[in-house]
Ligand binder design. Sequence first.
Ligand code: S3P
Length: 183
Amino acid sequence: MVNYRLDKSIVLVGLMGAGKSSVGKRLSEEIRIPFVDSDDEIELAAGMSVAEIFERFGEPYFRAGEERVIRRLLSGEPQIIATGGGAYMSQTIRSDIKTSGVSVWLKADLETLWERVQGKRTRPLLKVEDPKLTLKKLIKERTPIYQKADIVLHSKKYGTQSSMVKKLLKQLVFHGELECFNG
Ligand code: S3P
């Protein structure tokens, strides 16, 4: 059996709908290393949904909680962490990831993202009149920051998650972030 060892957490970043959670879960199954979703952890800590936090306390409050939660997740044993789409915009979070993790940007085009998020009403930033336009603006605004990630993984409309996971595994081994051994 092939076993895997991680020295640092793998941190998945990218826009809403890029597939961070699903790819993270698949990777976790493949290498048998725990997976955690930062939005789920924020919800657990706050005792309410992300949408509710935005509604009741506003985005800056959510972002402050997001920084605290991601710092805590990074301070534990290496694991696979899916972050919310805006997390990597924070300089503090980027620098925490640089210290204790390897960042992977799941890069997807507008049509791919839109197909995955349209009709879902859970994301506060997309509860606007023209959510597709908002997504387009976010791609433009955030791409220069996501580009700073250590690894870029293309997330395509017709690509399968298992092929993405295979590519990611290869890249992580190539970058020396993941060790595999028989045993
Ligand atoms: C956000 C993305 C969401 C969530 C929040 C804000 C963003 O996470 O953290 O609604 O700023 O892009 P997902 O990327 O998992 O949808």
